[in-house]
Design a binder for this molecule. Structure first.
Ligand code: ADP
Length: 260
């Protein structure tokens, strides 16, 4: 087919080329912005506990050790908690870097979800008790729930969700863990009756370093990476993760797994 308007065609070609270049430049700019924000978030997250540790140590060096041993022990405990935070942060950063570079291989196997949930609840029960929160797992009967997934990674997902329900739950609150069979999948729901998440923040909680309530989140610890890790793991399984929440009532996180 011969064009009737070669000049018009050439113009269109140039316009398309320019459009494509603009898109590429904008993508690069967005990546650069993202990278800068990521680095600035990381350094901020490291600075907070580091400065705290520095402060506690300086106070101890300035004579508190002799003057007020009780307070000194208290400061040592606080320094130690901040060290814990740093090590969680490094662990989570490592995890997310591996997940994002595709270095993590999902090793799917058939396993029973039932004992995994029970084990995870057992592991977190001490923390729940400390926060006066009850962990409930309702299984109608005790039949096995076979799924095909990476058991270790799914345990990490369960830990992150249940741990959050404890951190952001209210004192005397309850967390309910439910498994609902679908056709080819199972749906796992973790519901708390904590303070909830504002509507406008709901779509952002899976972003790295996003915290809906900065002061509260800092206070309860954590890296701000837990849900970003969860999302990566579930998506690497080609499954879905979802959150719904009502402020003052509570939050439900849910995800699906492939039935085996
Ligand atoms: P963090 O280390 O801050 O807990 P996460 O990635 O696990 O990081 O969670 C991101 C943010 O989502 C939290 O800082 C908190 O604001 C909010 N969030 C997560 N889980 C809950 C929950 N169960 N109830 C209320 N807010 C939650």
């Amino acid at each position: 087919h011969k064009s009737e308007d070669p000049i018009g065609d050439a113009e269109k070609e140039v316009r398309d080329w320019a459009k494509q270049k603009t898109t590429e430049i904008n993508q690069l700019k967005a990546q650069e912005k993202f990278r800068k924000e990521f680095l600035s978030n990381i350094s901020h997250e490291f600075k907070t506990p580091l400065f705290a540790i520095q402060g506690y140590i300086e106070t101890l060096q300035d004579g508190m050790l002799e003057e007020n041993p009780t307070m000194a022990v208290n400061f040592l405990n606080k320094a130690s908690r901040n060290l814990d935070r740093l090590s969680y942060l490094i662990h989570d950063l490592d995890e997310i870097a591996k997940l994002e570079s595709g270095e993590v291989i999902i090793k799917k196997e058939k396993f029973d979800l039932n004992p995994l949930i029970k084990e995870t609840i057992d592991d977190l029960d001490y923390k729940a008790k400390e926060n006066n929160i009850t962990l409930n797992y309702n299984t109608k009967g005790n039949y096995p729930i076979f799924v095909r997934a990476d058991r270790k990674k799914i345990q990490q997902v369960l830990i992150n969700f249940i741990d959050n329900s404890i951190k952001y739950g209210k004192k005397g609150g309850e967390t309910h863990i439910k498994v609902l069979p679908l056709i080819d999948q199972v749906l796992i729901e973790i519901t708390d009756n904590g303070h909830g998440i504002e509507e406008k923040n709901l779509s952002r909680v899976f972003e790295r370093f996003f915290r809906a309530d900065k002061s509260r989140s800092r206070e309860v610890g954590g890296s701000g990476l837990g849900l970003a890790i969860v999302k990566h793991i579930i998506e690497a399984h080609q499954q879905n993760v979802h959150v719904r929440s009502t402020e003052g009532i509570g939050t439900t996180f849910s995800f699906t797994l492939e039935k085996a």
